[in-house]
Design a protein around this ligand. Structure first.
Ligand SMILES: [Zn+2]
Length: 318
């Protein structure tokens, strides 16, 4: 347990926020709204809360861990496991606040208590005589993916469904990947889909996590359309110059991605209105699309022109 100042932590929050926003845009905020994937302690099952939840989710996303379970080095060793050698320095920090109570005595000689009533009782004083001190400590924890050998997650994975890939959609994805070798498309067992322009990488939940396979494709098409905006491709403003304050521009890019995904879905014969799916990011995205004023028909026409261009790029590579 090591002491930390509040300043260190707020600075870290700011850094994590900026990194996340630069990497994934506003989409980055989404996982904190869904309640099924909070970080827990692997051994005790206890949920991490507040700032710790924020940090651990951030690390999990940044490193593509598939399980949101963590443990201290001590508890890992005690349970007979060990952290992989090259992961030893890649620990994460979990913060705890400690409150202690003391009755002021000259030269700070008072005894510190962890409980207020104990302090009052033993010092025979009033509550108003007691000073409270907050101190912050941090523990180092490791994700269970950093542990050597086969360690089973504590959380039971959700029921798996039979997956039948849709060949027409698979072909669109295969061809696009072949023509764009620098782009990474990765399925990870987690519940978000995004495109990172800085890494030129699409991260998707796994197919089995979608109630309907069509939703997987439509979500991936949405992210693929974003990726056409990369500076090495169509250089679209909303992707190349993404800034965190540009919410309207972001909404415009979302409209392009969403309408492009509809076109690609239609063209590859999957359903274009796949119904609601909890792993489908679009419900969230639609909130942003609403920011583009529909009465502003120029904006809509311009978005549709750009999405048609993006669809051509996916299908034809130009
Ligand atoms: Zn999007």
């Amino acid at each position: 347990m090591t002491k930390k100042s509040k300043f260190d932590v707020t600075e870290k929050v700011k850094q994590a926020l900026l990194e996340g926003l630069q990497k994934e845009g506003l989409q980055w905020f989404r996982p904190w709204k869904s309640g099924d994937n909070h970080p827990i302690n692997h051994f005790s099952g206890r949920e991490y809360r507040g700032i710790n939840q924020f940090f651990l989710n951030h690390v999990m996303r940044a490193r593509d861990y598939s399980v949101n379970e963590w443990a201290t080095l001590n508890s890992i060793v005690k349970a007979g496991y060990r952290v992989k050698t090259d992961e030893m320095t890649k620990y994460s920090e979990v913060y705890n606040w400690k409150i202690s109570y003391c009755v002021f005595k000259p030269k700070g000689s008072g005894k510190w208590y962890t409980k207020l009533d104990e302090c009052i009782r033993k010092e025979k004083c009033e509550e108003s005589d007691v000073y409270t001190n907050f101190s912050m400590f941090y523990f180092r924890v490791y994700n269970i993916s950093q542990i050597e050998g086969d360690i089973k997650p504590k959380r039971v994975p959700t029921e798996e469904v039979e997956i039948t890939p849709i060949e027409s959609a698979e072909k669109v994805i295969r061809d696009y990947k072949k023509a764009n070798k620098k782009l990474t498309i990765k399925d990870v067992n987690q519940n978000r889909a995004y495109y990172s322009p800085t890494e030129d990488k699409i991260v998707m939940p796994e197919k089995k996590q979608f109630k309907k396979i069509d939703n997987y494709y439509k979500t991936l098409f949405h992210e693929m359309i974003h990726s056409t905006g990369h500076e090495s491709r169509l250089k679209r403003e909303g992707i190349v110059d993404f800034t965190f304050f540009g919410a309207d521009r972001y909404a415009f890019e979302e409209l392009i991605a969403e309408s492009g995904a509809m076109m690609l879905s239609g063209l590859s014969g999957i359903c274009t209105d796949c119904g609601d799916d909890e792993t489908n990011s679009q419900a969230y995205i639609n909130g942003w699309v609403k920011r583009v004023k529909m009465e502003d028909s120029k904006a809509v026409v311009s978005a549709l022109t750009k999405s048609a261009r993006a669809v051509d790029y996916v299908l034809e590579g130009k």
